[in-house]
Design a protein around this ligand. Structure first.
Ligand code: NAG
Ligand code: NAG
Length: 169
């Protein structure tokens, strides 16, 4: 009889220790999850490149966006907000950032994808600086957690260039 109580006690202690350990590992792993997201963006084509009144350059393009953001998901991730932006320099601004496309990723299963899409938002310069302009495409993400702080980061894809001449789509 003694030995039954003793064993039950040992078992309970063991179970509680395991539970405490699991909780510790869970929050530890969320803080020390080093994600390794990857992305690639191809410009399939420039559909149009025009000077719109009062003289602002506007580009329309089709992109193929390939990404694997699954490593950003942990047990504590609610969803991701992602957007692709074109970033370039002009004499007026060292950084111009134009958002071209965005999406919400609700679950890890959807975080590895490719999509061919036109720019969802207008790519317009505040002037006529875009002919032959080199630019970067950046994939930004905001990780929205179930509890705790949101965090954001990005990947920079460089080496893109706009056409030298205006043309119709
Ligand atoms: C887009 O990229 C993906 C992955 O690299 C590729 O499998 C797919 O064929 C591409 N789609 C187009 C239309 O180029
Ligand atoms: C584009 O990316 C390159 C390499 O990451 C960086 O050196 C450059 O400053 C970026 N250009 C802009 C306008 O952000």
């Amino acid at each position: 009889m003694h030995s039954f109580v003793y064993r039950a006690n040992v078992l309970l202690t063991f179970a509680l220790t395991i539970l405490a350990l699991m909780c510790a590992i869970a929050s530890f792993s969320d803080n020390f999850n080093f994600p390794s997201p990857s992305a690639e963006i191809q410009i399939v084509k420039f559909n149009g490149f025009q000077k719109k009144p009062p003289g602002n350059d506007e580009v329309s393009l089709t992109m193929n966006i390939t990404a694997d953001l699954q490593s950003l998901f942990t047990w504590n991730t609610k969803q991701l907000f992602i957007f692709v932006a074109a970033e370039y320099e002009t004499p007026q601004n060292s950084l111009n950032q134009v958002s071209l496309w965005d999406a919400i990723i609700p679950a890890k299963e959807h975080a590895k994808f490719w999509i061919q899409t036109k720019n969802k938002y207008r790519f317009v310069d505040q002037g006529s600086n875009l002919r032959g302009k080199e630019f970067n495409l950046t994939l930004h993400w905001h990780v929205m957690p179930k509890t705790g702080k949101m965090f954001a980061d990005k990947l920079v894809l460089s080496g893109f260039r706009l056409p030298e001449e205006h043309r119709r789509g």
